[in-house]
Ligand binder design. Structure first.
Ligand SMILES: C[S@@+](CC[C@H](N)C(=O)[O-])C[C@H]1O[C@@H](n2cnc3c(N)ncnc32)[C@H](O)[C@@H]1O
Length: 330
């Protein structure tokens, strides 16, 4: 972070302003190591590897830290050469291509593939994640003039209320202990008239839900240490890939591959074979490792927007299951 970024941050505990304590180490204008202190309650927060950290290094999202540091670039358009993240970002948000002068908050950034897209609009983008995924994001986007990356918990963020013009949160809410509570934590940070866009996994009917292999395999796998589970996923995808390729020839073969926990994106994303296996390893681990996976129905998500008193509510099935947009009422 740079000194000028202090204007975006407050103490997550008491909302007091923050100061940078002396004795920090800087590389150019970026503070690499140091400490922030709340002017009001005196609580201190570390700056580690250029990133202000408002939460303990290890927490329930540590599996995502491992996932996104191993796959720091896998899903970036600038790595795949295919505009998958760009299309999803602009189609889901319906935001214009230029947002100069606006302040955008990204909640749950993972490796930062959507940070790259949000930053391309010219807006100032503040990007938050609970896990060490922030380090992967920093490696790709940390040098951008209009990006600040912060490690924090969405349920207690280090920002003022009524502060952001726009907020997006993709693929995160289902991975929190209470998706509804997490959703309700977001609108206060948006200015009146500002835009909120979220997406969340979709809950199917009871039978379809029960038939999804990952939900019963997860009962065991989410307890396995992340490193060990990742090694298993890598070996599994390597050994099962020839099977996945054969299954593509059958009418329902791809669905069958997913039931066998092979996250094969063939026919969904136009990627070469070696990238498909990289995505498969990433997403098989992503299915099996999270501590929480609480999918939601369209009606539930619509109800959240209503409860938060949002207007222009638009909730429907979309990219990641259920996607929802709303405007904070004036
Ligand atoms: C499936 S990843 C999605 C990442 C990114 N939005 C994407 O779509 O590529 C979910 C992310 O949510 C983050 N997350 C989970 N709980 C969180 C919380 N309480 N506060 C902030 N981030 C959280 C995880 O660390 C993880 O990086």
């Amino acid at each position: 972070m740079r000194e000028e970024h202090l204007r975006y941050l407050v103490c997550p505990r008491c909302k007091g302003g923050l100061d940078i304590l002396g004795g920090h180490v800087a590389t150019g204008s970026s503070i690499e190591t140091g400490r922030l202190q709340c002017i009001t309650c005196q609580k201190t927060y570390e700056i580690v590897r250029h990133i202000p950290r408002f939460v303990p290094a290890e927490n329930y999202a540590s599996n995502f830290g491992l996932e996104w540091n191993k796959h720091a670039r896998t899903q970036y358009d600038s790595y795949t050469g295919v505009n998958i993240s760009e299309t999803r970002f602009f189609e889901e948000t319906k935001w214009p291509r230029r947002l100069d002068g606006q302040l955008v908050l990204e909640v749950g950034s993972g490796s930062g593939r959507f940070t790259e897209q949000a930053a391309s609009t010219g807006a100032m983008v503040i990007s938050v994640d609970y896990s060490s995924a922030v380090d992967a994001n920093y490696a790709s986007n940390g040098d951008r003039e209009n990006v600040l990356i912060v490690q924090a918990d969405l349920r207690r963020m280090p920002f003022r209320e009524n502060f952001f013009d726009k907020l997006f949160c993709f693929g995160v809410l289902q991975h929190t202990p209470s998706p509804e509570e997490s959703f309700m934590a977001l609108p206060p940070y948006i200015k009146n008239g500002g835009s909120l866009v979220v997406d969340v996994y979709r809950r199917r009917g009871a039978i379809r839900q029960a038939l999804m292999t990952k939900y019963w395999v997860r009962l065991f796998t989410r307890r396995i240490p992340a490193e060990r589970l990742y090694a298993w996923c890598e070996a599994y995808i390597r050994s099962m890939w020839p099977v996945a390729r054969l299954l593509r020839r059958l009418p329902c073969g791809r669905g069958l591959a997913w039931r066998l926990l092979i996250a094969d994106y063939y026919g969904i994303c136009d990627l070469p074979e070696e990238l498909l296996t990289e995505w498969a390893t990433l997403d098989t681990f992503d299915m099996l490792s999270p501590v929480y996976d609480n999918p939601q129905t369209v009606d539930t998500v619509r109800e959240w927007f209503r409860k938060a008193d949002m207007s222009d509510i638009d909730v429907h099935c979309g990219y990641n299951g259920v996607e929802g947009r709303g405007t904070k009422s004036e």
